[in-house]
Design a protein around this ligand. Structure first.
Ligand code: NI
Length: 388
């Protein structure tokens, strides 16, 4: 088990890889340049079990330890960029206007490659490591979900799974991790209020869907404030409201959309049922109706006890106990790695990115100073979880 100084020899090389990936951002599942780059690097480390084309451009590479038989653990990096016009003004800025690595997945990919190079040479562990390079973290349908559906966990016999994300605002060389629910689930819904359109001068001859929609928006606020336990987090936000085409027409319908975030599966079910019940009740009271579509997009990112313990141990060895916050409060954001943690136990950790612009901001850039910490974390995690 090693401190971060043991990984500094990889720093300049991995920085070059990171900046190459940053200059060539690609979106969703169309990561052909990125995937070729990853494959080429993995092969150059002498890794001979590499499977490509999983969930289109996803890659899984296996490294066997020299410490004898043991389980296989999965380490996951996401690879996709965002449809944002970059404004970081860095010399390695995106060469494709309108696409940028605005979430640091270039750094995540480079760090897992750095760990691959280290692990493939040292192999001081038992069992096997599955390096998972995932497409489409930022879009639906999610790349993590597809990789799980395409059988990645079973096919490679993965028994535990680990993820990492950079965190702007958290100092370089620091880690943060929570126990249990760490990031919220993400669901979306569409709600169409149906009424009866007509002349705006004669509202009594219509069923005005705009008035009904307005009542529903107000009514939905009470599901959180009056119907759920104040100690349990639930967000229900209406984020879209569209109706009407002219000043003198009452439209026949109004369309609404929104999002639901929570840490509990019971509250997801509650939200799905109660949004519909409330909307139907309100609409019927006014003589209208509703059409409702609820989509469960991303589950709660749940850190399991054993995986969290291993992650904390690996980070502490690397940077010291005082630099690892193992009591991170849950955050309302969400992450499709949750699908992998639903399929297998494990943990998701945050890595300090220093005082950079926030994620998804046009001025954001992954901080290359974080690279040896991320590489060292992966290496220590493997040598801890699969100790000889
Ligand atoms: Ni991200």
């Amino acid at each position: 088990m090693l401190s971060v100084d043991n990984f500094r020899y990889l720093h300049s090389e991995v920085t070059e890889w990171r900046r190459y990936l940053h200059r060539h951002p690609e979106l969703d599942y169309r990561l052909h340049t990125t995937a070729s780059f990853v494959m080429e690097k993995l092969a150059s480390f002498g890794i001979n079990h590499i499977e490509t084309g999983i969930a289109e451009t996803g890659i899984v590479a296996l490294i066997h330890g020299e410490g004898g038989d043991g389980p296989t653990i999965g380490l996951r990096a996401d690879m996709d960029a965002l449809p944002i016009l970059e404004a970081s003004n860095k010399p390695w800025s995106s060469e494709t206007p309108g696409k940028m690595h605005g979430c640091g997945h270039d750094g995540h990919t480079a760090m897992l490659l750095g760990a691959a190079k280290y692990l493939a040479r040292r192999r001081k562990f038992r069992g096997c490591v599955a390096l998972i390079f995932q497409p489409a973290e930022e879009v639906l349908p999610s790349g993590a979900k597809r990789m799980v559906h395409e059988g990645v966990m079973d096919r490679f016999g993965i028994s535990q799974i680990f993820g990492m994300h950079n965190s702007p605002g958290l100092e370089i060389g620091r880690f943060a991790i929570g126990h249990g629910p760490t990031l919220a689930s993400l669901d979306d819904f569409d709600l169409v209020v149906t009424g009866k359109g007509g002349h705006a001068a004669n509202p009594s001859q219509t069923i005005d869907p705009i008035v009904i929609a307005a009542q529903i928006v107000v009514g939905l606020q009470t599901l959180v404030s009056r119907n759920t336990n104040p100690l349990e987090a639930l967000v229900i936000s209406i984020t879209k409201l569209n109706a009407g085409t002219a000043y003198n027409i009452i439209p026949g319908s109004a369309e609404m959309g929104g999002t639901v975030r929570t840490f509990s599966s019971e509250l997801r079910t509650f939200a799905e049922q109660q949004i519909l019940a409330l909307a139907q009740g309100v609409a019927r009271g006014f003589g209208g109706g509703v059409e409702f579509k609820y989509r469960r997009d991303c589950p709660v990112t749940f850190n399991h006890p054993e995986g969290t313990h291993l992650a904390v141990q690996a980070a502490r060895t690397l940077v010291g106990s005082e630099s690892v916050d193992d009591k991170m409060k849950p955050r309302m954001g969400s992450e499709d790695f949750a699908y992998m943690l639903e399929a297998r136990p494990g943990a998701y950790i945050l890595l300090g990115n220093g005082p950079t612009a926030s994620l998804h901001n046009p001025e954001y850039d992954f901080n290359d100073e974080a690279l040896p910490y991320g590489i060292g974390y992966w290496a220590n995690l493997v040598e801890t979880a699969l100790a000889v």
